[in-house]
Design a protein. Sequence first.
Length: 120
Amino acid sequence: MRAAPQGVSAAVRLDPLDDNPWHTAAACRRDEAALFFAPSKEPTAARLAREEHAKQVCAGCPVLLSCREHALAQPEPYGVWGGLTAAERRVVLARRRRRTAELRTETQLLPVRRGRRIAG
């Protein structure tokens, strides 16, 4: 297995040639893809019910976190992955970007002593 890119959990198997990729153990492999991906022009109430059912499948999945990290790393623009909808994944990604920016700012503001930053 190759090393995961920065910001991606090492639990995520990124190498498609890996002998045992994470998705082989996914609970959703037993279900219809339509449960996880919206048909065109799906009414809101039907979409919410379908997404809730998909999330219930995800909740019992042994690879939920690997699936979620895959969807966040790609990023997957559609469907329920790792128990999150596309909209929920966008929120997570925005929070991660904001937190990364905050950490950079905090690091830049640390006092410098003899050419080295002092840990806060």
